[in-house]
Design a protein around this ligand. Sequence first.
Ligand SMILES: [Zn+2]
Length: 626
Amino acid sequence: MDITQKPATEPVIAQHEQTLKTLPFHDRQDFEDARRGFLGALAPSDVRAADGRVVWDGDSYRFLGDGDEAPETVNPSLWRQSCLTAIQGLFEVVPGIYQVRGLDLSNMTLVEGERGVIVIDPLLSAETAAAALGLYREHRGDRPITGIVYTHSHADHFGGVRGVLPMADAEAGDVPIVAPAGFTGHAVSENVYAGTAMARRSGYMYGAALERGPRGQVGAGLGQTVSTGAVGLVPPTVEITATGEEQILDGVRVVFQMAPGSEAPAEMHLYLPERRALCIAENATHVLHNILTIRGALVRDSRVWAGYLTEAIDLFGADLEVLFASHHWPIWGRERAVEFLGLQRDLYAYLHDQTVRMINQGLTGPEIAEAMVLPPALERAWHTRGYYGSVSHNVRAIYQRYMGWYDGNPARLWPHPPVEAGRRYVAFMGGADAVVAKARESFADGDFRWVAEVLGHVVFAEPDHEAARELLADTFEQLGYGAENGTWRCAYLSGAHELRHGGFGTPTATASPDMLAQLSAEQVFDSLAIRVNGPRSWDERVVLDLVLTDTGARYRVVLRNGVLTYTKAPQADPADAMLLLPAGALAALAIGGTPPGIEVDGDTSALGRLLATLDAPDPDFAIVTP
Ligand SMILES: [Zn+2]
């Protein structure tokens, strides 16, 4: 029990009362759907690694109950969503299709074939995936794995593959592993280049360091949280490249729809005609999804995203009995499924089009975020609410995609950075004590957004000002209690936690050896280039020829002016050294080590001089303090 946690204040409680009046809490259809076809649950629902460490603890969410009454410290709408996403077990979608839900952030779907079972999206960790498969087999028999499908390149849809695919099968390549074109490149690059910073910020987004409970982490909207087991990657053996392409997997006919550049850079939908079932991957779930996640990523294209949903309706809507996705519960019945897809499509299209309309009227990101109101049909539907993405941050992301960080007003073209700005604001406002005194009044009025802004300046100007830190932590906490968005709640409460107790670093794993092993030579050089400490290596010059002994590929790698570049084109001038190594040894280079089995011809110190210029990324960097 964290005794520093405070109760909800009057303004937050009043906001919740309003929410209870305006949203259709009497509509319990989602609870029916989320429990439909229940076959059994994992009990107790903690999943452990080989060393005994808990990587998933479903029972820690028991406090949620079944969504009847939210405590004052949780937005009732988010509470309802968390009660739904916490429901755990094996469910029959239709005969022959099963889902394990609530055992990780994502779902595992199992499609029974002639000889065994096909796994669609084997969760994030090997441990949770193995537990999910075990639960399935307990109820459906010990069927062998006869196919794996990765719907898209995010780790919660492939990372657990080693928990379902025995090593021997993976090596023999007998089990087809199907993924959309470009899968492997995106799967590794999204987690490698800015991976350290994204992982540190993921800790905030999913609230990994927070206690679970009414004053702590209650869920992340898309699912409860991320598991913390072993993340692996077995590369696909079958790449799908075109919409309409078909495969027969273990006797099951599958029709694919490509959806690149939507929720993930490589993504696809699957239609199973014999079961009249459509898997929509992660492009239509029971949330407004992220156009830009708050952990940081490239901005997604909501216009293209909406277009794929229109296409899915056109291709498969006429003959549809059930719609399911890789998060949340299915929708049964043709009419409801098509209505659901249509509303999800309208949601992404509306946000896109109205944002750009307002951009052309001169509004900026923060202004559009306040001005944007969804049409009544989208306000009323539970599945379009911002539990994971939010209207507020998605709209600013669309602005960013089209216009970038600069809003066009030169007053904001060249601002001081946070510490310098903070010092000046605090001095102008009469000193830190005066700002904190005024901030207390705003806090009492419930203007938490304003308190966060002004106290942010004080904490960056005077990080040791105890009263400012405490009041800022209390403010983040109230903002968290008020948030309908699961990731906003986690972020606010994580900020409060770090102000009160110090930094928690990066609680979840970053890129695994399995993923590093899939890096192409070019991606390895890119990974090295972004670790070169520029100023420290301005005067260093290293020229290497790298020859991959198994593929014969040859690269010239040059460090000069603090920049590492590479080319495949033949070079006339000699290198300092030639390095000969197998492609499999490149992964060691990617983490700044000397690859095993490397042969050096020429200057033996050259590689060492290059590696000495590399900086280690910092998984513990400060966020809410300077
Ligand atoms: Zn996902």
